[in-house]
Structure formats: structure tokens, C-alpha cells
Design a protein around this ligand. Structure first.
Ligand code: SF4
Length: 444
């Protein structure tokens, strides 16, 4: 069996948080928190998620622009071939262990392109010199040979050989991204890591650059790690996709499988946000309320539980799912002290005279999309009691009360990975046990 070109295992990148006179470490921002994936030769793997989910940090940790905190990144490209492990269990091709010389060799085989091509060029350096610089760094002293290689590459990325002597400011954003591609290709790499390469470009130019990347991938036999927040871009260019949320991969699989049969609620929500050309077409939009929580203090259990539309109800509870989500959102805001009852009163009063308590209660229900009554007498009583405490200016006690009375299994248990089909996995408590009940076709 051939080894993947790139194999990432349990990769972590934590940033220490320091405080006080002695700069003591008091915590860590877990930007990337144990991700694993493979990229085969000639394959494009997409890494998708909202801004702040850790995908760019993952990319720069893979290529060691940032030092990973732990984990393994095995790169079998660049003529290294496959190799067995050392007696101590480490891998001789583990990028995280490379010394400076090995790292330089590795970077011949793995290149990165970035979102903003403008900032990655020295304005005083001609385009030809910028693209050819790496050839010089890697020992090609023959100026004429360098020029011939660069001119050829400029033509292959859709520019002209005569652009060699021009300067970056003479090119548009799309053209600069073409130059960035030429520069990434100049050492004939096996892998390109592209971090949001089209998101700063106009939609019409995006399509051109994506099509160019596709063509170049075929022509040069490249593998790609393609990072994007945009599911429609991922669908155009990727073979497989890994969905990232708050430092973790929550679902990974072939791109068509993920688009037609998403398993993780977060993937469903990302897919439902893709705009359709027909404004009348319903895509069943799932609104993800709130921002991605901080990686400094990720939620317990499943990290998505604070926003998940399918968050699980406890045993014995069976209410409308929107009410359940609303109740949990209300609970969270009360616990964090974010409900200012005087402000709610003022908002209601803006419509006329002083509001009654029942008007304030109704306003809170409206704010959190909770029905007039939730279909469970015990929960209804809990909600009512919490609102009483808020109305009595006892927000702290209301938080403690709700924290004791309302909870979800998703906040208590970290989901394990479930295999759905060949190469398709996700991590959600709703799926656990399903794999055993539904045989994996890959085992046939
Ligand atoms: S474990 Fe719970 S919160 Fe997490 S994705 Fe599944 S249903 Fe949603």
C-alpha cells in the first residue's frame, strides 16, 4: 500500500496565555486541537469552516511557518519516498522534527499561497525576480536559465513572458494571484497549501483562478490543501473536504458525499448558507446564532453545543427543537450575565407606557424564539422561575438556578468519531452507535 503524500496526525497548535508580573502561563488558546487527515498524490483536500476556526493556523503549522505544539506531519514527497518508522516510533519524514536543512528541502516540495497576493510581493522587486528568487536561494546561479524557467511559468499561469520585467503594482489582484501561483510552482513542488486564495477576488476572477488551479494541478501532478470559508468554492475544486469547528475536524469525506449527505449539524448549517441563484428556492437556511466561541475556553462536551440546531434534549424531554435551542440560548445568556432586565424593560417601554412583568416575559421569549408555552410542564416552570428571579433583579441566582435545572448531554460528553461510509466520518453524539447498526460499505 502506498503512503499518502501528506499524513497529519493529532496536530495541535496552542498559544500560551501569560499574565502578571512574572508572565506566568495561565491558559492556552487551543487554535488547532488534535486534527488528523491524509492527502493522497494528486488529490485536493478542502479545509472549511468559519473565520476563527483554526484552519489557517492548521495550514501554517503543517508547513511549519508556525511551530506546532504537538502531533505528527509526515511528508513523503520531494523524492523522499515512503519510509518505515524509526525503532523509537518516530517517522523519518516527520516535518515537525526536521532540522533547518531538512526544512529547506521540505519547502522545495511544499509551497504555500495566501489570500492577499499584494502583501506577498516586494514592490521594489520585478515580478520575474520575485518568482525566480527561490531558484536562486536553492542554488541555481545561472541567470539565463532562471529567466527561461520563470518566463515559461508566467505563460503557463496565463500571463506573458514579457511581464518578467514589470512590477507588482502594474497588475490586478487576479493577475497577482497568478504570479503567486507561478512563484509557488517554480521549484516543482508536490504539494501546494492554498489559504483562501480566491476570497479577496471578484467572483468573476475567482472562477478564472479556480479553473487555473485545476488545470495546473493536472499539468504538474500536484496535491492541494485548499483552505476556504466558502462551501461553493470547495465544491468546485476539492476531491474531499474536512469541516473544521473551533480547532477540531468535525466531519471529513468525499466532497459529493458531504454535499449530498452531510452528517454533522455544523456541516448542514454551512451548506444551508450557500446562496442559490434562484431567490425563491428554499435551501432550508439554518441560522447559526452567535460567533464561534473562544478557543481559550472552548465549550465542554461537543464544542458546537452552544450553537447547534440539533442539540440533544435530555432523557424524558421532548419539546419543539427550536424551543429547546431557545431555552439553552436563554440559559447561556443568563449565566454569562448578558441579560440586562432594565434594558429589556426600556425596550418594551419604547412602545408606550411602563411595561408589565408579563410584557417583559413575552419580550424575552420573543428575543430567544421561545414559544408562549414550551411543551413540558417542568421546563415551563423552570423558565418561569428563572424569569421571576431576573425580574426581581436576582440575575446571579437565576444563572445558578438555570445551570442546575437545564442541561444537554451534548455539554457533558465529547463525541467520538463515527464512520458512515468509505472515507466519510463525523463526530456527533447523535451518530454514536449508528455505525454498528449500519454496516460500513467499505467493509464489504
Ligand atoms: S453532539 Fe450534540 S451539539 Fe454536537 S453536533 Fe451533535 S447534536 Fe449538535
Amino acid at each position: 500500500m502506498t503512503e499518502p503524500l501528506l499524513s497529519v496526525r493529532d496536530l495541535k497548535k496552542h498559544y500560551p496565555i501569560r499574565k502578571g508580573l512574572f508572565n506566568r502561563q495561565v491558559g492556552a488558546a487551543r487554535a488547532v486541537d488534535g486534527i488528523s487527515f491524509d492527502i493522497e498524490e494528486g488529490e485536493t483536500l478542502g479545509l472549511v469552516g468559519e473565520s476563527g476556526c483554526g484552519k489557517s493556523t492548521a495550514a501554517s503549522s503543517v508547513i511549519r511557518l508556525e511551530e506546532p505544539t504537538s502531533g505528527e506531519v509526515v511528508f513523503n514527497g520531494n523524492g523522499r519516498g515512503s519510509a518505515s518508522r524509526n525503532p523509537d516510533g518516530t517517522h523519518p519524514n516527520d516535518v515537525t522534527e526536521f532540522d533547518d536543512d531538512e526544512l529547506m528541502q521540505f519547502r522545495r516540495g511544499a509551497q504555500m499561497i495566501f489570500q492577499d497576493p499584494s502583501s506577498s510581493f516586494d514592490p521594489r522587486m520585478s515580478v520575474g525576480s520575485a518568482v525566480g528568487e527561490l531558484l536562486k536561494v536553492h542554488g541555481m546561479s545561472d541567470r539565463h536559465r532562471r529567466r527561461a524557467i520563470v518566463e515559461d511559468l508566467l505563460e503557463r499561469v496565463g500571463l506573458s513572458a514579457s511581464d518578467f520585467d514589470r512590477y507588482p503594482h502594474e497588475f490586478s489582484g487576479g493577475q497577482k494571484q497568478r504570479i503567486a501561483l507561478a512563484r509557488a510552482l517554480v521549484l516543482n513542488p508536490d504539494l501546494i497549501i492554498a489559504d483562501e486564495p480566491v476570497s479577496a477576488l471578484d467572483v468573476s476572477i475567482q472562477a478564472e483562478i479556480l479553473s487555473l488551479i485545476d488545470d495546473l494541478q493536472e499539468e504538474f501532478g500536484l496535491s492541494l490543501l485548499f483552505i476556504s470559508h466558502d462551501m461553493s468554492v470547495i465544491r468546485q475544486i476539492c476531491d474531499r473536504v474536512a469541516v473544521m469547528y473551533l480547532g477540531e475536524i468535525v466531519e471529513i469525506g468525499p466532497v459529493e458525499e458531504i454535499f449530498t449527505n452531510p452528517q454533522h449539524p455544523y456541516t448542514e448549517a454551512l451548506l444551508s448558507s450557500i446562496p442559490t441563484p434562484d431567490p425563491r428556492a428554499s435551501v432550508g437556511g439554518i441560522e447559526l446564532k452567535g460567533t464561534v466561541p473562544s478557543p481559550t475556553n472552548p465549550p465542554s462536551g461537543c464544542r458546537f453545543h452552544t450553537r447547534c440546531h440539533k442539540v440533544i434534549q435530555p432523557d424524558g424531554v421532548d419539546i419543539d427543537q427550536d424551543d429547546w435551542r431557545g431555552l439553552l440560548n436563554f440559559r447561556e445568556k443568563v449565566i454569562t450575565g448578558e441579560i440586562d432586565i432594565d434594558q429589556v424593560r426600556e425596550n418594551v417601554a419604547a412602545g408606550g407606557s411602563d411595561p408589565t412583568d408579563s410584557e417583559v416575559r413575552a419580550e424575552i421569549r420573543r428575543e430567544f424564539d421561545i414559544s408562549e408555552t414550551v411543551g413540558d410542564p417542568d421546563l415551563e416552570e423552570t423558565l418561569s422561575e428563572a424569569m421571576n428571579l431576573l425580574l426581581d433583579d436576582n440575575a446571579e441566582m437565576a444563572g445558578e438556578f438555570l445551570s442546575d435545572e437545564i442541561t444537554t448531554p451534548c455539554a457533558q460528553t465529547e463525541p467520538e468519531t463515527t464512520v458512515h461510509a468509505a472515507d466519510h466520518e463525523s463526530a456527533c453524539l447523535r451518530h454514536e452507535g449508528r455505525a454498528a447498526a449500519e454496516p460500513n460499505p467499505a467493509d464489504d
